[in-house]
Design a protein around this ligand. Structure first.
Ligand code: BDR
Ligand code: CA
Length: 307
């Protein structure tokens, strides 16, 4: 069983990643650290507490992280995920409260289990960069760091060339790569192959009805409506669950070390330009470049929807 800390910005697919972690015997969810991203940090913290309580798992601690990116102004994604970040879902007021600071927890938890903990980032990388600033080298004492982020050969989803998580805080990725953190990115090139269709969701709903399936339907319906209106997509991409699928079944992915230059400013912010190896100043990052999409979707449909 791999112990993981999920560092999330608690939009709809982050919530699905929490559910996947809780439903996967290969993973032990040690804690959730929340970062501002899809929604503001206080709303994201609330979402994390609510989703854990939905599963009666308030034993998993939630930690409060960065409210702003390192250097840029915050940019949210409520147009996609809804004002709360959880689509149309309405969950009970949380009973529990956050357990402390995300950055301190990341540092302490990694130190307590050197070489064991996997850090899974599904939002902007701000908390991870702050942990690395405060305790240089700390992330390389984790077993590994895996993150949903980037658009390599495909187009972006927030600007023509940038993926949201990296666009929101490009300086955080740059700092992690400059510190040579052992980081694997799962980019849009992979996650855009993982479409959960509206028909899949209808099939799942017909199989069972409980608080989770009600949540699933209400949360995803908002993202699907956005996709239909903005680009005719009849489903939602499972961006954040994909990172956990890489940990659960690595044979379904191929990864490669790439040499990159990450643009940090202006409309290009978050664009990951691919370079030739010999280019001076190139940063290196391991990236998922191929995926057995049918295999991953089978795993995710089964674990998330029992179909
Ligand atoms: C990423 O951005 C967020 O909106 C999603 O939760 C995912 O982490 C996809 O670009
Ligand atoms: Ca996310």
């Amino acid at each position: 069983m791999q112990p993981i800390v999920l560092d999330a910005d608690m939009g709809v697919d982050d919530a699905l990643a929490v559910a996947l972690a809780l439903h996967s015997p290969e993973l032990e969810l040690a804690g959730i650290t929340v970062v501002a991203g899809n929604v503001a940090q206080d709303q994201g913290t609330r979402n994390a507490l609510q989703v854990l309580e939905l599963f009666d798992r308030d034993d998993v601690p939630v930690f409060v992280g960065a409210a702003q990116p390192l250097r840029r102004a915050a940019v949210d994604a409520t147009s996609v995920h809804g004002n709360s970040g959880l689509g149309y879902a309405e969950l009970a007021e949380p009973r529990t409260v956050p357990a402390g600071s995300a950055v301190e927890y990341l540092i302490d938890e990694i130190r307590m289990r050197p070489g064991e903990l996997v850090i899974v980032a599904t939002g902007p990388l701000t908390n991870l960069a702050l942990a690395e600033r405060r305790a240089p080298g700390i992330l390389n004492s984790a077993r590994r760091v895996v993150a949903m982020g980037g658009a390599l050969w495909c187009g972006g989803n927030i600007t023509p060339h940038s993926e949201y998580n990296i666009h929101a805080d490009p300086h955080a990725l740059i700092e992690l790569l400059q510190a040579q953190v052992n980081l694997t990115l799962v980019p849009l090139d992979v996650t855009h192959q993982l479409l959960l269709t509206a028909a899949d969701i209808a099939a799942g709903q017909s199989q069972c009805s409980d608080t989770w399936s009600d949540f699933f339907d209400a949360a995803t319906r908002r993202v699907i409506e956005y996709g239909r209106e903005s680009n005719g997509l009849d489903g939602l991409h499972l961006h954040d669950p994909a990172v956990l699928a890489l940990l659960i079944e690595p044979s379904l992915f191929q990864t490669r070390t790439l040499h990159v230059n990450v643009k940090a400013e202006g409309t290009q912010a978050g664009h990951i330009a691919l370079l030739e190896e010999e280019d001076a100043g190139a940063l290196s990052v391991n990236c998922a470049v191929e995926v057995d999409a049918a295999g991953v979707m089978q795993l995710l449909r089964h674990r998330l929807m029992n179909i």
